[in-house]
Design a binder for this molecule. Sequence first.
Ligand SMILES: *[C@@H]1O[C@H](CO)[C@@H](O)[C@H](O)[C@H]1NC(C)=O
Ligand SMILES: *[C@@H]1O[C@H](CO)[C@@H](O)[C@H](O)[C@H]1NC(C)=O
Length: 427
Amino acid sequence: MPLCFPIFLSSFSYLFFTFCASSLPSFLPLSIPSYFLSPHPPLGVFTRTLRRTPGLRAREVTAQMNRAVYEERPPGGLVPTSVAEASRAMAGDTTLSENYAFAGMYHIFDQHVDSAVPRLQFANDDKHLLACCSLDGTLSIMTLSPPPPTVKVTLKGHAGRVTDFAWSLSNDIIVSTSQDGTLRIWNTEDGRCIREVVDPEGSELLCCTFQPMNNNLTVVGNSKHLLQVVNISTGKRVKGGSSKLTGRVSSLSFDAPGRILWAGDDRGSIFSFLFDMATGKLTKAKRLVVSDGGSISSISARSWISREARDPSLLVNACIHKLLLYRVVDNEGTLQLKRTFPIQHGTQPLHSIFCPLMSFRQGACVVTGSEDACVYFFDVERNTKAIVNKLHGHGGPVLDVSFNCDESLLASSDTTGMVIIWRREQK
Ligand SMILES: *[C@@H]1O[C@H](CO)[C@@H](O)[C@H](O)[C@H]1NC(C)=O
Ligand SMILES: *[C@@H]1O[C@H](CO)[C@@H](O)[C@H](O)[C@H]1NC(C)=O
């Protein structure tokens, strides 16, 4: 039976539009004109209860997998079975295309409309809480449950475009960077700015990330090529925690144990750094020139992708019309190109992600934004026809994508300021 759900849409007047998703084959892209923005929460079946929390939570499984990969796995050994089974139970026994079929839009947030939303991210281990930052100088924290979806709190204070942000592990804090030259630390409950850390060089701050094992430490990148570790409980820069790249620092990612940091710049280089957990010091290790002149707009690290591909990997967007997948070949973060996927990507700061659930099916999935206003899903193990799915609906280049912890919802943001929440089909 086709599932039809009403959405309130508006251009100049409100239209009532019925969207029948499963009457389409699931591999067909969903096409919703982008000027249909929703000022109201969707009604009816849209707001029904989402899938219940799996017994073992996604982050716990991920943490166990990381330990297995980095500490417990004998060379060439298999991934532990109990964790594998827990992950399989969450992912289900479906093919990748079935698994990443989408039932339609769950909600559209338009509070930042007319200003690009460069980053968005679901909170850790939370299915319904997400945040995004905007070039309008604010960040918003949104909640999808209990329905209707709402903007819970707006983080106001930056005096320039907000370029990046990150959730702390316990979701109590968000750090953000801005072109106003400040790093801000926010209380996510009440939206209060707890601390402001001014860049010593007075330059624009472009990216930030938490040290995954010690959330007192944040790494920040600026437009004068400087990378620095900041102790957010004091607001002070960590001695020995700075380094220069060859261009504006455009992206950052730690490996899961927080031992290696990769930083990309706008001249196309990725540097790896060894991170000393006790002192917060950075040691430059390797440099890889990915592209000559293209900005490295996104780096995501993953300790392993699937049963077939258990190597640590790095997913990279580099403004060269390709999404790049690297294998991490040693403890210094040396990268070896594994494969590429064609996407439209010339100039925009596009981001991509690994799907959060560990894959025990054939293959594994990555998701990326694209300048053709679509969201793409690729199977990293499939040599031909790697596209698993493609979502239409944005009105401009899709800048960022984020899955919630059980992959029931995907969020995507674009240059027009629209944030779309997509609902995955639940088998
Ligand atoms: C962070 O700093 C606070 C004190 O400011 C300390 O109590 C806490 O243990 C620190 N956390 C970590 C992970 O080091
Ligand atoms: C960060 O600051 C806290 C509070 O002063 C301190 O306890 C901690 O050791 C500092 N961490 C590092 C790595 O400097």
